[in-house]
Structures are given as C-alpha cells and as structure tokens.
Design a binder for this molecule. Structure first.
Ligand code: ACM
Length: 534
C-alpha cells in the first residue's frame, strides 16, 4: 500500500489529495521533483527569517521587501537559529549537491527551509515561494507543505525584445526582466539596433542617436496596405540608463545579451554616418518594415567604426555573449561595389557570401580580444562560420544542427515555435500581427535538442529563446500580450525534464497562475485560455 501511495505521489505529485480535494499548485515551470504533504505553514507577522549564510543577504532583503510591499507583512530577521517554529531558514552552501541554479525547498507546518549552493539557487527558490503564496492576503498567509528538489535543464533560457521597431521605456524593460526572472529564465536578448532606429547611446558617435534614433514616420496597419503616418518616432537608452538596467538584471540573475545588427539591418546607423555604406549616399532611417539593401560596407572605415562601437557596448554589458546580428544581408550593394570586389579579390574570397563570413570573422576578432564570444543569427554559417561563434537558429533548426555538428554553441529559436510576434489565436480575434500561428500548445510542445545530434553534440545546445519582434507591437501592454502566456510555456520547456511535461497539467496550473499576472498588472492573451484555443 505504501508503495502504491508513493508511486501515486511521484506520478501525480501536483495533486494534494488531502480531504479528498484535488489541490493544484500553480508552479510554472514545474519543479523537477515535488512531493506535496498535508497541512500548511502560516506566514505572518510572527514569522522569523534566519540565515547562517551572509553571501545571500541580497536575496533575503529581496524576499523581505517583496513580502512587505505585497502583503504589508514586515518579517523580522534573527541572527540565532530559532529553537522552534515559525521561521524561514535560507541556507547557501557551496558543498550542497545540486546542479547550478538548483535549490531544495522544504515546507512543513512550523518551518520553511530553502537551500542552494549560491544566491542564484536561493533566488529561484524564492520565485517558487512567491508562486506558492496566495496572490493577495493579509495577516496569515498559507504555504502548502511540500518538498521540492529543483534545477534547470538548459543554461540559456531566453527572451528577446526588439526595441528598434518600437521603443519601450526603461520602466518597462525592468518589468520585462522581472517577468523573465519570475519564470526562472536567465537571458534577456536586447535588440538595440535595426533599420528603423538605433537605440543605444555611443559616446564616440553621437549622431547614431541624434539622427539614427528617430524616423520621420512609421508604417501603419498591415504591410500589404503600404500606408505610413508622418509622426516623428523614436528614442534611445542613455549609457547611464543601460548601466542601471544591467545592474537591475544582475540582481535577478538575468544576463543581458545586447544585439548590434551588422552588416545588414544597419540603415539607422548609415543614416547617421552615410560613409558606412558602399555608396556613401545620404540615407534616412527606415520607415518601412522588411529588409533593406543598404547595408554596411566591409571597408576598413566600417571596421574601425564597429571596433569603437563594440568596445563601448562591451564596457556597458559585462556578459559573455555579444549578439552581432548577421541575418538577412542582401548582397545587391556588395555585388555592385568596386570596394567589395577589391576586398573579395585581395582576400581570395569566392563571392559575396564568403565576404559576409569575412566580415563576421573580423568582428569576432574585436569581440574575442575582450574575452567575449559573438553570437549571430544562423546566416553566419554561410560562407564559413567564424572560429568561436555561437549560432542562434531562427530559420528552422537546421542551422542549429549544422553548427552543433561543427562543435559550435547553439541557441534554438526557430520561427515555428519561438516567434512570439506570430498570432496565438485565430487572426479574426487577435490584434494585427506579422503572421504565422504559434499557439500556446505549440510552444509547449517544443523540444530544443534535435534527435539527429550525437552524444558529444547535444551539449552544444545551450537552450532556446522566445523572440518578440515589434513591427506590429506598439506598446508595453501589447508586448506582454504577445509574450504571455507563451513565455511561461517556453520557461517550462527550458527548465522541466521532458518526462515531467504534460500540456493539460500545465494548462490547469496556468489557469490558476494567471491570477498572479492579474495582480502584478501583466497583460496576457485571454483567448489562450478559452477551451477552443487549447
Ligand atoms: C530574424 O528574425 N530576422 C532573425
């Protein structure tokens, strides 16, 4: 009988069967192991906080202030371990045996014990506690008795945001980072430059933002309508704002990967400094969505410019990866340009594809010189991959597979499952989007590690990422609508062991979890929760 009970608990660990009632714990992503017990811990004014580990003090302050601002409860911290309940112990010990980012959480009626090897694990355990607490409440807050052992499946659990096509304020960037972190995701890919706007202050090249950050108007409505307004549109992040955001993200264990697009999607920079193009002709910041023929010329002048730009970028962003774009580079200008033909000849290159590879390899040297790694969209495979480059596979998974087979790091982000600018319901019932159809269940079904990789190649798949391109996304509320709840589904893909995944079960948890989104003022696609869109 005991065997059957423990088997049932391990098979259906989400359901507490106490009092004959099914209790679903709204945890997203689902923990690796979880056993729900009977009873509750009551968190209230008399609850004490205790830690023997000074190095996690920031996490404890974060927990403390969240409880105070959300529930008006001011918890008292003590220096000596309480002899009896009711208290919460946070314990960080490098010797503790759990994979990086992991934690264990034990909740009994008189004590909560959260353990990890470092602050990151404690931070993720705290996210679990936040999801277990009632979304609102005062006085005495119940936490269900549960034993959890948890750690991530992948190391790159990312979300992207295009801030070029539309610009979003610092306050929203922080909210987006909070949302990413609350699902135990850890990468924010910040798309900062494109044809329609340059959004990062570069001190050595002030025109990038004086001119490149503003366009004279924008496309309005569907692309096929070819309509434009004439409202000046733009904005940019100052270096001080960026430093503030980077430091904010670090506290939430989110690493920011800045993207500086090159050699294509560079019209805003060319509008500011036309000599960066092959023709050198005056240009304007893009108003129309799509792919421009006017791209950076692979001249020494351009490399000197990009060296200076990337060094300022690397001064601001301390993370390992710098995204250099590399996608959708039309070769029309390069094929016409005598400068390009001369570079092709003098470097023994075959054609413009090899010239693209030459360009990326030159850029890689600049980034590697600072001990960093470039990551680029899968077109950087064309003409030969730069020696140390990581690849972000977006035109399907083939680019990612090819790169992993060449022993390069890969982040999967195929349009089929990871493009959150696609429709998530029937277009008639949804705001205008770029196209596609990527409903919640499809995102949930995604498996980032392709079957076709060998054992020594699978570890090259660092993880995956959801992309939010904003041609048709005009406001923070709409970014949230398009991201949520798909971000939650992707978070579970990237954290939870595949054998534990079950869409119906995820959907049930999300139905409860969205109350937390309501309280936090996070918008989400309501039709995703209608039975017909399941
Ligand atoms: C992309 O969506 N052009 C990377």
């Amino acid at each position: 009988m005991r065997l059957i009970t423990s088997l049932l608990i391990s098979l259906f660990p989400l359901f507490s069967l106490s009092q004959g009632k099914k209790t679903i714990l709204p945890l997203v992503p689902l923990p690796v192991e979880m056993n729900v017990g009977a009873g509750e811990f009551k968190l209230g004014e008399t609850t004490l906080i205790y830690t023997p580990s000074e190095q996690i003090i920031n996490e404890i302050v974060y927990f403390h202030s969240f409880i105070q601002t959300t529930y008006g409860i001011k918890l008292r911290a003590v220096k000596v371990k309480p002899k009896t309940g009711n208290y919460i112990e946070f314990r960080s010990n490098p010797e503790f045996k759990i994979p990086d980012g992991g934690y264990t959480l034990g909740i009994t009626t008189n004590k909560v014990l959260l353990q990890a090897t470092n602050g990151m694990g404690i931070f993720y355990g705290i996210q679990t506690l936040f999801q277990l607490l009632p979304v609102k409440g005062k006085g005495s807050l119940p936490l269900p008795c549960v034993q959890i052992t948890d750690y991530p499946r992948y190391q790159w659990r990312g979300m992207h945001l295009d801030c070029s096509r539309h610009f979003f304020p610092v306050s929203f960037i922080k909210k987006y980072i909070d949302c990413i972190a609350s699902y135990k995701m850890n990468v924010f890919h910040w798309h900062l430059t494109d044809d329609q706007g340059w959004r990062i202050e570069i001190k050595q090249f002030p025109l990038l933002t004086e001119i490149g950050a503003y366009r004279k108007g924008s496309m309005v409505g569907a692309y096929a309508d070819n309509k434009f307004d004439s409202t000046r549109y733009g904005g940019f992040y100052t270096q001080e704002e960026i430093k503030d955001i980077v430091s904010y993200a670090q506290k939430k264990y989110v690493s920011i990967v800045p993207e500086i697009e090159m050699p294509g999607h560079a019209l805003a920079a060319i509008a500011a400094y036309p000599e960066l193009s092959c023709s050198g002709m005056p240009a304007e910041v893009g108003m129309k969505w799509g792919v421009e023929t006017n791209v950076f010329c692979p001249s020494e002048h351009t490399f000197t410019f990009l060296d200076k730009v990337l060094n300022e970028v690397m001064d601001l962003f301390p993370g390992k990866y710098i995204h250099i774009g590399g996608d959708e580079v039309l070769k029309d200008e390069w094929n016409k340009s005598p400068i390009c033909q001369e570079i092709i000849k003098s470097n023994n290159l075959k054609d413009a594809h090899e010239l693209q590879s030459y360009f990326i390899k030159r850029i890689e040297q600049i980034v590697n010189a600072r001990g960093r790694t470039i990551i680029g969209w899968d077109e950087i495979l064309e003409g030969g991959l730069a020696p140390n480059a990581a690849v972000m596979s977006w035109r399907g998974v083939e680019g990612g597979i090819a790169a992993a087979k060449q022993k390069h790091e890969v982040v999967m982000s195929p349009g089929s499952h990871c493009y959150f600018d696609h429709y998530q319901g029937k277009p008639e019932g949804e705001p205008l989007a770029i196209g596609g159809f990527t409903p919640l269940e499809k995102v949930y079904s995604y498996e980032p590690t392709p079957d076709s990789l060998d054992m020594d190649e699978v570890h090259k798949i660092l993880g995956a990422q959801g992309n939010v391109w904003t041609e048709y996304i005009l406001s923070p509320q709409q970014v949230e609508y398009m991201s949520m709840p798909r971000m939650s589904a992707l978070a579970e893909v990237l954290w939870t062991p595949p054998a534990r995944k079950n869409y119906e079960n995820f959907f049930e948890r999300m139905r409860i979890h969205i109350k937390l989104l309501d309280v936090r003022g996070i918008n989400y696609c309501k039709t995703a929760f209608k039975p017909s869109s399941k």
